[in-house]
Design a protein around this ligand. Sequence first.
Ligand SMILES: [Zn+2]
Length: 239
Amino acid sequence: MRHGMSRSTLTAWAIMWGLAAGSGDGSAQVIRAGPPTCKAMALTFDMCPVREGTGYDAELVDMLMTKRIPATFFLSGRWMATHEAEVRALRDVPFFELGTHGQAHAHLPRLDADRQRNEIAPPITLLETKYGRRAPLFRPPYGEYDDSTVEIVRALRLRFILWDVVSGDPDPRLSRARMVERLTATVRNGSMIVFHANGKGLHTREVVEDLYQDLALKRGLQPVTVTDLLDHCEQRTNH
Ligand SMILES: [Zn+2]
């Protein structure tokens, strides 16, 4: 549900990087950021399943739509099962991109390859069959994976997307000001920042608004979708 950040954010950050770094041969295909020459950033929002609350940060999504801020959403299957209208709403915004985030938010390295495939594939199939949308990006729950995960994602012809910057937005002890301070110091050209849009982010909308002010409008670090960050940066920055 969270990205392991409920205790000390910094400690959890170190743990996540440790997991990512120690995960074997496939790491060359695991993408954490865009090119450092790209004066842009990707704001990414995970839709992990929730047990309480609406599971949808409508104020955040409305703000992104009103300000026309491109964003990428990683949808879990369980979240989609209870948010049909929201899936359609996100799908229909032309500057939003959709990826998937597993069916039940499982710890993938604890599963064998068959069970991993059964965890990864259903939300992709559901988006295609029910919503008519191929989602070309995958982000593993908790950022956890092993060689089987990488192989399955490759076979499904998806891009394996992690992040290089953690917002820490579900952490109740992180104030808006502290998050903004940390993020403005950490985000660089090509960064992919992980947030939540499932209502678990306590200050997410305000922080994204502040970042948009400080990074996009003042520093010229434009928010783009993950695919645009990876594939279309040259065209975008050369004009
Ligand atoms: Zn998640």
